[in-house]
Design a protein. Structure first.
Length: 202
């Protein structure tokens, strides 16, 4: 009975442990994004936080998504720039807009991966990887199109086109650098590469 009770308690506690670990990893990802800004502006050249959020949503139940999204909002709006980069973040209105768009982008990315990539493993095969790349490019392009006007309006010496390009490349690099590898590792590896490796050994 004690063993069953301990197991039940650990199962109930595990989601909260995941939320805590996500908050730490996400905050560190945001910190990295601040560290690789484009010049003195508040645009990152690689926003891996987007990839971290997509991974969390893909690997969790949709019922848990609101918690991850609330943590995303709390870290993005209430914690990150005050703790890590005080005084150099964008105005509140633009910040709130981009944070909301990032949340929608992560939800859309997680839904697409669950729907079109078997086993949620982007490196399962060339077809899955190709879908991941195409989906990532299109999703981040839409996100940049929605965010760039608000961001460009706060920058005096940067064109809308340059702002869009930096935002898109930052998101695309951040997602494609982190999400496929981590999701593949969580999903059990990449058999197409293992097969090729076995063939070379023989």
């Amino acid at each position: 009975m004690k063993s069953e009770s301990a197991t039940l308690t650990s199962r109930r506690a595990w989601p909260f442990v995941k939320y805590f670990l996500f908050a730490i990893v996400y905050a560190l990802a945001v910190r990295f994004g601040f560290a690789v800004r484009y010049g003195s502006a508040y645009q990152s050249t690689m926003w891996i936080a987007s990839g971290v959020l997509i991974i969390a949503l893909v690997r969790s139940s949709p019922r848990q998504w609101p918690i991850y999204l609330l943590l995303h909002v709390a870290i993005s709006l209430g914690i990150a720039h005050r703790v890590f980069d005080s005084g150099t973040w964008m105005p509140t209105g633009a910040e709130a807009l981009t944070t909301a768009i990032d949340a929608l982008k992560a939800c859309a990315g997680a839904v697409l991966i669950r729907r079109f990539i078997p086993h949620q493993d982007p490196l399962h095969g060339p077809r899955e990887f190709g879908r991941c790349v195409i989906g990532g490019i299109m999703l981040t392009a839409v996100s940049a199109t929605l965010c760039a006007p608000a961001v460009a309006s706060t920058l005096e010496h940067q064109s809308l086109l340059l702002t869009w390009r930096i935002w898109w490349l930052s998101d695309a690099l951040g997602i494609m650098t982190v999400a496929p590898a981590v999701l593949s590792w969580c999903g059990g590896g990449k058999p197409w590469l293992r097969t090729a490796s076995s063939a070379r050994r023989w």
